[in-house]
Design a protein around this ligand. Sequence first.
Ligand SMILES: Nc1ncnc2c1ncn2[C@@H]1O[C@H](COP(=O)(O)OP(=O)(O)OP(=O)(O)O)[C@@H](O)[C@H]1O
Ligand SMILES: [Mg+2]
Length: 334
Amino acid sequence: MGERLYVGIDLGTYQSTIASSAGEMKTIETVVGRPKDPVARNMLGRDVLFGNDALRNKLACNLYRPMAAGVAQDDEENLAAAKAFVTHLIETVGPEEYDEVFGVICSPSHVSFTDKSNLVATLRGQVNAIMVVTEPFATAYGIGEIMGSICVDIGAGTTDIARLYGIFPTEEDQLTIQEAGDWIDLQLMELVQKKYTGAQVTKDMVRKWKEEFSYVSGDDREQMVELSVDGKKQVVDIGDLIKSACSMIIGKVGSAVKSIVASADPEYQPILRNNIILSGGGSLIEGIAEAVANDIADIGDVTVTCVEDPIEKVATGAMALAQDMPDEQYTAIN
Ligand SMILES: Nc1ncnc2c1ncn2[C@@H]1O[C@H](COP(=O)(O)OP(=O)(O)OP(=O)(O)O)[C@@H](O)[C@H]1O
Ligand SMILES: [Mg+2]
């Protein structure tokens, strides 16, 4: 048998990461651009652009976010964009030097749970065999916490929660809620428009403000940002609004965690309650672990922590799983 490369792939709504057994790691925003017309094609000198490259040239391109919630999974252009994106992502870790590639894939829950066949079509020709797992499971595996924990992945499109007790989590062990990073961005956008009538803000603007200043507790902080109100430049304070928008997710996550605890084996509940792990980009909100712990304090003693380097944890966990699993756990796809 020739040499095999293992990869862990975190296909995210907002950004995607690949980690390889050769030690490579790469994160790219999950966006694909195609030149809008022949002028754009000539100027750009390429047929397809990915991540930041696509975003920098967004006015000259049709942009696709193939993993975003609400994107029709059978839409031909999005499927093609997804395939081009995944091919590009895998090429960044140099698969051509190996005889075969085995991959563990995490995809947004709306993709992996409703139609895995599209995922297989997207990966065919790029990897020889795949195994699909959920984000919280991959993360928990990677950090050695599958023996008794609740892992909460707060992504962009969804928050995925899994109860872990030493086996592959079943459907009953997992829960997905729609409130995650994108939802916070929408709340913040509404709050800004309410406080500053006529404010012109985009989703990208509010996301950047949130990422820079996010927090959920303590006194309101002043946070001045520049925006246009009816075309006129203004510098306004949105510090209080950022706290409000970020805080709105706490109760949603808290309720979901409570229901995952409540439906677990009662003898196991104390262990689960005392090992609640937050991951995903949303876990970078300052103070979130403490706020979630306070929110669920009525169910007894709880311990809530955040993983380090949450953006990469899904992919590194998936890669560790890829290396550890026997071949019969994989599905051959070529
Ligand atoms: N410092 C921060 N504070 C608050 N939110 C943040 C911060 N950094 C990143 N985020 C948010 O985290 C989200 C991205 O996280 P992540 O990469 O885990 O999502 P994803 O994997 O693309 O999405 P999904 O898992 O839902 O498919 C975005 O909504 C982003 O704005
Ligand atoms: Mg994710």
